[in-house]
Design a protein around this ligand. Sequence first.
Ligand SMILES: *Cc1c(COP(=O)(O)O)cnc(C)c1O
Length: 433
Amino acid sequence: MKLYSTNDKTNVVDLKEAVLNAFPKDQGLYMPVVIPRLPDSFFEHINQFDFAELGFHVAQNMIGSYIPEAALYQLIQRSINFPAPLIKLSEHIFTLELWHGPTMAFKDFGARFMAELMSYFLRNEDRETTILVATSGDTGGAVAAGFYKVPGIKVIILYPSGKVSTLQEKQLTTWGENISAVEVDGVFDDCQALVKAAFIDEDLKSKYNFSSANSINIARLLPQSFYYFEGYKQIADKQRPIVYSVPSGNFGNLTAGLLSVEMGLPVHKFIAATNENKTVPNYLETGNYEARPSVPTISNAMDVGNPSNFPRMKALFGNDSSTWNLINKKVLGDYYSDKQTLQAIKDIKLSYDYTADPHGAIGYLACKKYLKEFPDHQTIFLETAHPGKFNKPMEKAPGGLNQPEKLRAFMSGNKISIPCSNSYEDFKALLID
Ligand SMILES: *Cc1c(COP(=O)(O)O)cnc(C)c1O
């Protein structure tokens, strides 16, 4: 499997290089050179595959023989070992629950697959690898869970102090062993900038073997395409158009959806549903991409002002003067305030007796709006995390906060974090220490 950098099409690497060295020198992002279409027979037989088998076929379609079949199969069996059920709320609205993994957010898919893939690539290495990961809430916990006690790998998580939920913070800071958490006095974009700066720091590179676990890592994106197929599989009526509404922050999830379409999945449209951090919906409306500082909201995992996967989305639509037109044919933008989000959580409970989390609720609102124009289509909003992860907004919701045992177990752990300012000098000193 070959990948090119979005900043230089001639910069081509293989999958191992792209996964272990996720930032190309030209500061682009790696994308597959070819994304083969799956054969018609795959779609005809899609109902016969369980989720992991389905993931295996999709992965093999992209990765080919680069990883031996038996190894790839095992890697997927181990990482995709929890379901993604499609719940029918009405004839027109479904939700795909992506939170059945160990940290109860969809990030578990990408993080677990990436951990397995990195371990596979590093199986014969004797040098320790340090994984740096900036998180707006859920990535860090999922990455920690994926790499916990994996020999030869150290994980350093950066998160914005006071801007993640209590539970999310516990999922970042209570591991110990090979996992450490840096509590940055700043916003998510600061954390992301610190990680990027460390990667291009030649001085650090000579001392450490760094890798990144952010959604810029292509190993995170590949498995995220699996569940778009899994959702499609579970829809009974495959004739009516299917629309995926994707609650978005860094836009890794939506990019993975676009990859699944390249592979032939019949998705009619995607909705890029955001909170007030609406850089991409604005771009879709005006054609101008204007990065903004992130604004804190109750759907905090989407508080991203400069989405890191945006160059990948553009790359999939040619990255030229016609990109904006093409992207608008496939992706619609929509955004909602905190007030609307809280109201939506109530409405979903009252109308369908279903509890959505604040991120999923934004996806739901986008479905409702879409259906006003296209009432006979089928919309699926991704339920990206379990509502029990978001204590503050959910305490006010009908039915209150409900935390499954898996989450309560995290709450009883002891927080250990390393405080740091948002200046690179401080962060570097801390790394070297
Ligand atoms: C990360 C996350 C998102 C945003 O996903 P992106 O791939 O960054 O767009 C949405 N909801 C939840 C719960 C998340 O953890």
